[in-house]
Ligand binder design. Structure first.
Ligand code: SAH
Ligand code: SF4
Ligand code: F3S
Length: 474
């Protein structure tokens, strides 16, 4: 394919799973843009449809096959109209199931994993060479020696006010329930210079908030420009110096990698937002041990204490798995106890899902669906009550809100406050992409709403943002 091809084809990417997949989907569009493919929201008239999939739980995987059933009909309709629709399965299901996908769903033309999508243009050429869509699909699920980041083109467009930036990939921790080490491969950190350059480009395109991404983002240990290995704390301090970058977040972190410098950064870097997703999975030491998490509940409490000492207003979020093989009533009670002690601003909780090839899946002591459902309900009741209390406690405060999109009601914008809560307010469109103080009037189960108290923009054009020190909460 040649670089001067005009835009003539449509690419539709549907994303499942975590933020890393959201980032990868945007980068797939960047890879195809120079080859004449423009991103489209519509699937029915797309020339190339990519499902960027998630394998984390059984339900996530099953969704892909039902979507492929729907796509088969669209592809047949396209063929009747004389159009060729290519269908690709990317991401973690692709990596885990490979050839099996084309066997089970022959409608699929291409299967490629999270580490090979920089080769997408070649795969498209090979797939287009399939005899009228018949013959075997093209499968590329290697973990190549070359680094995909070295082969990806620069971003073709900005991501808006709040952007994602992948800095670390893969995982070497092998929690006994988890597919990620198999689907994403070994842990790998991008060099700091490449990350800083990408961050500067994002800020130049209008981004005020960057969320650094990695399956184990705080295990980050990339080469620094000074020739030393930088940890996440060091990287965050360097990012905070970028003029115009008002907010920094990172996700997902592992308790084991919460080192001293990173904890200190929470107290010292005003742009580092006071909200942290720090998954604990269970409050039972016995379960944590069989999960191979490498820490106890007491270790986790200590880390949270140290984080809160550094940043007293830090809000926490977590992931929990209920019904892990062998989890008894006492183990589950320990989880509820830990949740009560820590107090979460919000959290995700899941029933354990046995994943093929992971050690926990072959343990005999699996729990019934009913037992898992009961526990999930009890845990979610507690977590929802905590989330509501956290949101209600915001009423009466004034928070800087970065408006990211229009709300459902006309004249309303929605953005996030420092503590990750969605905040709705009546606001003109010109405040999209601007950080504005909002007085919080209502705190609901999932979001806040309020009224703008200061608007530092004149009625015609947005004024330059105030200096970073004035843009962040005390
Ligand atoms: N790297 C992150 C988690 C990535 S997966 C960490 O170590 O915390 C996101 C979440 O999915 C996990 O935190 C876990 O709560 C959940 N999860 C992973 N495997 C699962 C499984 N087999 N069943 C149910 N939930 C699972
Ligand atoms: Fe999965 Fe554990 Fe790695 Fe997180 S740390 S990605 S849960 S194996
Ligand atoms: Fe899912 Fe893969 Fe992310 S399994 S959660 S898309 S790393």
């Amino acid at each position: 394919m040649n670089k001067t091809v005009p835009v003539s084809k449509k690419l539709h990417v549907k994303t499942y799973g975590c933020q890393m997949n959201v980032y990868d989907s945007a980068r797939m569009a960047d890879v195809m843009a120079p080859h004449g493919y423009a991103s489209s929201d519509r699937v029915d008239d797309a020339d190339l449809v990519i499902l960027n999939t998630c394998h984390i739980r059984e339900k996530a995987t099953e969704k892909v096959y039902s979507e492929l059933g729907r796509l088969r009909l669209m592809k047949e309709e396209a063929a009747r109209q004389g159009r060729r629709m290519l269908i690709a399965v990317a991401g973690c299901v692709a990596q885990a199931e490979g050839e099996e996908i084309v066997r089970r769903a022959p409608v699929v033309d291409m299967v490629f994993g999270p580490q090979t999508y920089h080769r997408l243009p070649e795969l498209v050429i090979r797939a287009l060479g399939r005899d009228g869509g018949r013959g075997a699909g093209v499968v590329d699920t290697e973990f190549p020696a070359e680094d995909k980041f070295d082969h990806l083109p620069e971003e073709s467009q900005g991501q808006g006010p709040a952007a994602f930036l992948s800095i670390q990939e893969g995982c070497d921790k092998f929690c006994t329930f988890c597919v990620v080490p198999y689907t994403r491969g070994a842990e790998f950190s991008r060099p700091a210079t490449a990350i800083l350059q990408e961050a500067r480009r994002l800020v130049a395109s209008g981004t005020l908030e960057i969320t650094l991404l990695g399956q184990n983002v705080n295990a980050y240990h990339g080469a620094g420009p000074d020739g030393r290995d930088w940890g996440l704390g060091r990287l965050i301090r360097a990012l905070a110096e970028i003029d115009g970058l008002a907010r920094i977040r990172y996700t997902t972190s592992h308790p084991r990698d919460m080192d001293d410098d990173l904890i200190a950064a929470h107290g010292e870097v005003p742009a580092l937002m006071p909200y942290l997703h720090l998954p604990v999975q269970s409050g039972s030491d016995r379960v944590l041990d069989t999960m191979n998490r490498g820490h106890t509940a007491a270790d986790y409490r200590r880390i949270v204490d140290r984080l809160r000492a550094a940043r007293p207003d830090l809000a926490l979020s977590s992931d929990f798995i209920v019904g892990f093989p062998g989890e008894g009533d006492r183990d589950f009670a320990d989880t509820l106890k830990l949740v009560r002690e820590i107090g979460y601003a919000q959290a995700y909780s899941f029933k354990y899902s046995a994943r093929p090839g992971t050690p926990a899946a072959s343990v005999a002591d699996q729990l019934s669906e009913a037992a898992k459902s009961d526990r999930l309900e009890a845990l979610q009741q507690l977590l929802n009550a905590q989330q509501r209390a956290f949101n209600e406690a915001a009423v009466g405060s004034v928070q800087p809100v970065l408006f990211e999109r229009r709300g459902n009601r006309p004249g309303q914008l929605v953005g996030r406050g420092p503590w990750m809560q969605s905040v709705h307010a009546e606001a003109p469109d010109r405040l999209l992409g601007v950080q504005v103080d909002v007085a919080i009037a209502l705190g609901g189960a999932n979001s806040l709403s309020g009224r703008i108290v200061t608007v530092d923009v004149d009625p015609v054009t947005p004024s330059p943002l105030p200096p970073p020190a004035e843009r962040v909460p005390a």
